[in-house]
Design a protein around this ligand. Structure first.
Ligand SMILES: Cc1cc2nc3c(=O)[nH]c(=O)nc-3n(C[C@H](O)[C@H](O)[C@H](O)COP(=O)(O)OP(=O)(O)OC[C@H]3O[C@@H](n4cnc5c(N)ncnc54)[C@H](O)[C@@H]3O)c2cc1C
Length: 456
């Protein structure tokens, strides 16, 4: 083991810089974080070429342009986020379709609804860093997230692989929020093993006739359209080769949506049944039987934002407030050594996650392909989200037991059982079990990391 000598400084986040714990081949012994830089004193691999004895300093101060941008976003959120929506997000209350829709409209009018899109199609032209700051500020301000299925998922597929008629028809309505989308990938028997999907689309003149079932379809009960993976060639040599990507109007005759009520009592997901649904062939994206390529392209977008570091920071701050308010042996739980240790360990993991995200950002800024960071971010990001809900459950103790669904609705003004913040803790805990499953289960992500990083 060697120690570094002197200081290593990297100016701002930009091409070539590496953030977090892999810079100069360092392992980390101690990590001290200051507002503008991280001090790392640690073990360095003998082959890294780094000098011995000392410390490593990395400057993560924002550039003045980024600071100005962050202030602009902060000011916009302070004045434009409707207080009732903010309150609902802050208190873990239910959000309705109209909450999401009205925030979408406000962002659309500001021109900020699709930061990831090319400027020609209505994107913001922001740098990766600006997008990161925007997400952070939105989470800190308790803004609801934008429904991802249109803007973050099918939109990029359409502007990348769709024809000009599809771009003209769908993209403006996704941006404005007039059309809501849902994602028809998973089926009973085809989740992790998605290529096993069986929903059939058979060509009949100028339509496809679709039969089958999709499941776990988030927001299908709110959606105007569904983008579906369908099997168009059941005889293809490999299962992936016979799949197509179809855009289907949810008002088509033969579609039935049935709710699936999740363990927290909420209604987010659905079964969607298709019986002889006639879909115009012009709704095929790209080429027939090439849908798997478009499907994988879309999944990389789905996983990218899933770590949600900003929201976890906000949730962690809420957890600390709960720990300060709850008593353990007559003293605030936040002074209990064992509980403090758990929160500290969580916070360290969240910090490490943030630097992994910044490292991924740095790669993107340098024009490199996103690596396995997306998979790692999905795994660790969702683990952190779940641990926050677990500690909150532990903190409120028996007050997590009463289940009062009305308490999660805005305007409910009966006497709460226990502290007001306790009502949403158990539903949130149960609801977040989903995070390690959706977007590709964590076990599957670990398999990918094992193969690509560890070469197992
Ligand atoms: C709340 C929620 C919302 C969702 N929203 C949508 C949506 O809008 N649209 C959509 O299309 N889908 C959606 N999904 C579906 C989601 O993508 C699938 O649930 C997920 O891909 C897992 O598939 P499965 O449920 O079929 O589980 P399975 O694939 O049957 O897996 C069962 C278990 O076995 C493990 N496993 C499976 N294969 C392996 C392997 N090779 N190695 C190790 N472990 C393995 C899995 O990790 C899991 O723990 C949603 C799911 C949830 C929970």
């Amino acid at each position: 083991m060697y120690r570094t000598r002197g200081e290593f400084a990297a100016d701002g986040i930009g091409p070539g810089n590496r953030y977090g714990m892999t810079a100069s081949g360092c392992g980390v012994a101690t990590l001290l974080v200051r507002p503008d830089c991280i001090y790392i004193s640690g073990a360095v691999r003998p082959d890294s070429g780094a000098a011995c004895e000392g410390r490593v300093v990395m400057n993560i101060e924002l550039t003045s342009a980024d600071r100005a941008f962050r202030d602009e976003v902060r000011a916009f959120l302070a004045t434009s986020l409707p207080p009732d929506i903010k309150r609902r997000v802050e208190n873990g209350l239910e959000l309705g379709r109209e909450d999401y829709a009205s925030w979408h409209r406000i962002l659309y009018e500001k021109g900020w609804v699709a930061p990831g899109w090319p400027v020609d199609h209505g994107g913001t032209g922001w740098t990766h860093m600006q997008r990161y700051l925007y997400d952070e500020e939105s989470a800190a301000a308790s803004a609801p997230r934008i429904m991802p299925f249109g803007v973050n998922m099918v939109g990029p597929v359409i502007f990348t692989f769709g024809n000009s008629a599809q771009k003209a028809r769908y993209l403006p309505r996704i941006l404005s929020g007039e059309d809501w989308w849902c994602q028809g990938y998973s089926e009973p028997g085809a989740g992790s093993d998605l290529a096993n999907l069986r929903t059939r689309a058979e060509r009949d003149g100028d339509v496809y006739v679709v039969n089958g079932q999709k499941t776990w379809t988030t927001s299908a009960h709110w959606a105007d359209h569904i983008f579906c993976l369908v099997r168009t060639d059941p005889d293809a040599a490999k299962p992936q080769q016979g799949i197509s990507f179809l855009l289907i109007d949810m008002r088509s005759s033969g579609i039935e949506v049935k709710p699936i009520i999740t363990i927290d009592g909420g209604h987010e997901v659905n079964d969607v049944f298709f019986e002889d649904v006639r879909v115009p062939v012009e709704n095929l994206v790209g080429e027939e039987n090439r849908g798997w390529t478009y499907a994988k392209f879309l999944l990389s977008f789905e996983r990218a934002g899933i770590a949600d570091v900003g929201r976890s920071k906000k949730q962690l701050a809420g957890l600390k407030r709960i720990a300060a308010a709850e008593l353990s042996n007559g003293r605030p739980l936040s002074e209990d050594d064992r509980f403090r240790e758990k929160i500290a360990s969580l916070e360290i993991d969240l910090l490490a996650l943030e630097y992994t995200e910044l490292r991924a950002l740095s790669r993107q800024t340098s024009g490199e392909e996103p690596g396995t960071e997306a998979n790692i971010l999905k795994i660790r990001g969702t683990e952190v989200q779940q641990r926050i809900t677990e500690l909150a459950l532990e903190a409120v103790g028996t007050y997590a037991n009463p289940y009062v669904p009305e308490a999660l609705k805005d305007g409910w003004n009966e006497e709460p059982i226990g502290p007001e913040y306790a009502a949403s803790v158990a539903p949130r805990y149960f609801n977040w079990r989903k995070a390690s499953i959706y977007g590709g289960s964590n076990e599957i992500q670990k398999g990918i990391v094992a193969k690509l990083v560890l070469e197992l």
